[in-house]
Design a protein around this ligand. Structure first.
Ligand code: NI
Length: 640
């Protein structure tokens, strides 16, 4: 039995929970486990938990009956071996199952209309054709009942099993598949565009030669890493954090805290990706509906990969495995799902004193907690960084392969950019939303928006040079739907009015956003209606344990019923209460030739920075790494 209420589910716990759930259905049913995860105990219980206390273990699952399409949520108590809650859901589609990927390929490849469409394009070797299943959104499909469980399939030519299919899109052929009834409902067979001939292979064997002038760069920690892992608890320097993997959210942090002179000071109760969307900006029949919700429709955790030493992470690495349930509720363990290591990060602080010649330099280093998910053509690598000066950073590195379309030889693509002969990379965005349940020195917090602005001409500002920070309290949910303003250096500060620093000011952390666009699709577009979260960089809500996903728990085929717009319509109070920040950010891709055939990493993220949380720079006690980095060395010819 795990020792802490937030310790991740063990394989045997998954097996036990699934057995209890399965017993609640007829044995001959086509019951599938679309989701299964630890049901987190109430926050108060977790925070109250002391070492050695008994733990209450509950497992939550969403079950899809592939026979009749019905959906149920169930919670099982592992302590009692019994179902504690069960409810039928109507009008929702759980995420796409792993087995459905195979179903789609089998159905499409045996459909006559689809085969004819490929023959029209000269594709006869169907065995190697790559079929990509796409969530379909809520676009009405003529002659198809909205209640059906639908995906659309796009396809690509591969000349060998390892060929990069995105180099050879089979343009304007799509199949619409009913997953529960296992039927191809429609085949769209539009204008024939020749299949591009150039290879897009990026593997080492496909290159004419490899450079030979990279010299070894080794990272060595002879005494081992500076962090410890005990169950889900990771400790490094003054930081402590619990780390786990959720099938939908991917990497999840809990109970981020800083040990400050013997005081255990919480900063954040829970942090996770709440949703991410990839809307395409192409108006054609082949693309206009492509709006993947990669978390809610596919699952970031379920699509996380196993990391390998020296490839994904470098240095003195430790890994954490993750246990998941497969479609049948059987457990499997993903080895090396989460990577932990320390990184040198240039200078932490430095000053050379002109008068004495003394020189003080400290090296910065950070703890890195990371995982990498592959969603179809794209990789998303998630990195949390913890620093010696009390700040935290989150970064998403995007790489992988662009979504492509074939274009006629001399043509340009109005909806994308030519990246190779006869090939266009389609314009798109990647928009992420992070749910950040901050707890700055305790749960009761408030939030202000801070702009740095020039002061107007008046008696106090006769030279017109004065400027400063102006704070505005975001007192309710309707006031707290905000966008960035880089020209005013806008940030959002979460403070605890009950805890003051030595200067008499409330202790605080600020969310420092990066410059990034919100959703570009019109407010009236289907994607905007389904993903309202993507229209604002910041939303703030009072904590509610069931509000975890910005677009609702079941975005697959949704019409935008759940999530932030729904919850915030109550305009709840945000002052001096337990608040949650929802931060939207992303990248807008108009592809470059250099993004082909594989995209070099592009990154986006944000920082959480202490503002009066500490009484001064908390990293003065970081020792100089070498004698030369501090003031014992005074130069003889120093300016005096
Ligand atoms: Ni992209």
């Amino acid at each position: 039995m795990p020792a802490h209420p937030l310790d991740p589910l063990l394989a045997e716990e998954i097996r036990a929970a699934a057995a209890v759930m399965r017993a609640g259905f007829p044995a001959d049913g086509r019951i599938r486990f679309a989701l299964l995860h630890l049901e987190e105990p109430p926050k108060e219980a977790v925070n109250r938990h002391a070492s050695g206390d008994p733990v209450d273990r509950r497992v939550h699952a969403t079950l899809l009956n592939r026979g009749d399409g019905s959906v149920q949520e169930m919670t099982v108590s592992l302590n009692d071996g019994a179902i504690v809650s069960r409810r039928e859901l109507h009008g929702v589609q759980p995420p796409i199952l792993m087995e459905e990927f195979e179903v789609i390929e089998r159905l499409v490849k045996s459909n006559d209309e689809w085969i004819q469409a490929l023959h029209r394009r000269g594709v006869t070797d169907l065995g190697l054709v790559q079929v990509d299943p796409w969530s379909s959104g809520d676009f009405p499909i003529e002659g198809v009942d909205p209640g059906h469980r639908i995906v659309r399939a796009a396809s690509y030519v591969r000349l060998s099993p390892t060929d990069n299919g995105y180099a050879k899109p089979i343009e304007n052929v799509l199949a619409i598949v009913d997953l529960n009834n296992e039927k191809v409902l429609k085949v769209f067979d539009g204008e024939v565009v020749p299949i591009p001939s150039e290879s897009g292979n990026y593997d080492a064997d496909s290159q004419e030669s490899l450079r030979t002038d990279l010299r070894p760069l080794d990272i060595i920690q002879p005494d081992g890493p500076g962090f410890t892992i005990e169950g889900s608890l990771v400790q490094w320097q003054r930081w402590s954090v619990r780390v786990s993997m959720h099938p939908t959210d991917g990497l999840v942090l809990h109970q981020v805290a800083y040990e400050d002179d013997g005081r255990h000071r919480p900063v954040m109760y829970r942090a996770s990706l709440s949703e991410m969307i990839v809307p395409y900006g192409d108006a054609t029949e082949a693309f206009h509906w492509r709006n993947a919700f990669d978390a809610g429709e596919y699952g970031i955790g379920r699509n996380t990969g196993s990391l390998s030493l020296g490839c994904d992470c470098l240095g003195e690495i430790r890994y954490i495995d993750a246990a998941f349930a497969d479609d049948n509720g059987d457990p499997y363990v993903l080895r090396n799902a989460i990577c932990l290591h320390e990184e040198d990060y240039s200078i932490l602080w430095k000053h050379w004193d002109l008068h004495s010649g003394s020189n003080e330099v400290r090296r910065s280093r950070r703890l890195v907690i990371s995982s990498i998910a592959t969603l179809g053509n794209y990789e998303y690598a998630f990195y949390w960084y913890f620093y010696l000066d009390g700040h935290i950073e989150f970064e998403i590195k995007l790489t992988g392969i662009l979504q492509t379309r074939a274009i006629p030889l001399e043509a340009e693509d109005p909806w994308g950019a030519k990246i190779a002969p006869q090939l266009s990379g389609v314009n798109h965005q990647h928009i992420f939303n992070m749910r950040l349940d901050l707890a700055v020195d305790g749960d009761k917090n408030s939030v202000v928006e801070v702009d740095t602005v020039a002061y107007p001409l008046d008696e106090a500002n006769p030279h017109l040079n004065a400027f400063g920070a102006v704070e505005k309290v975001l007192a309710s949910e309707s006031e707290a739907q905000r966008t960035i303003d880089p020209l005013r250096s806008r940030y959002w500060k979460v403070f605890n009015p009950h805890k003051l620093n030595r200067l008499g000011k409330p202790v605080a952390y600020k969310l420092v956003p990066a410059a990034s666009s919100v959703l570009l699709a019109s407010a009236d577009s289907r994607i905007a209606v389904r993903a309202r979260f993507a229209e604002k960089h910041l939303w703030v809500t009072p904590f509610h344990p069931e509000e975890l996903h910005a677009a609702g728990d079941y975005p697959n085929q949704s019409s935008g019923e759940g999530g932030l717009p729904c919850w915030t319509s109550g305009n709840r109070n945000l002052v001096d209460t337990d608040i949650v920040l929802w931060h939207t950010f992303g990248v807008s891709h108009v592809p470059r030739p250099e993004d082909w055939p594989i995209m070099p990493v592009e990154s986006i993220g944000f920082q959480l920075v202490p503002v009066g949380f500490f009484d001064r720079n908390p990293s003065l006690d970081v020792p100089p790494p070498l004698a030369a980095c501090h003031s014992e060395r005074v130069c003889e010819d120093s300016v005096g």
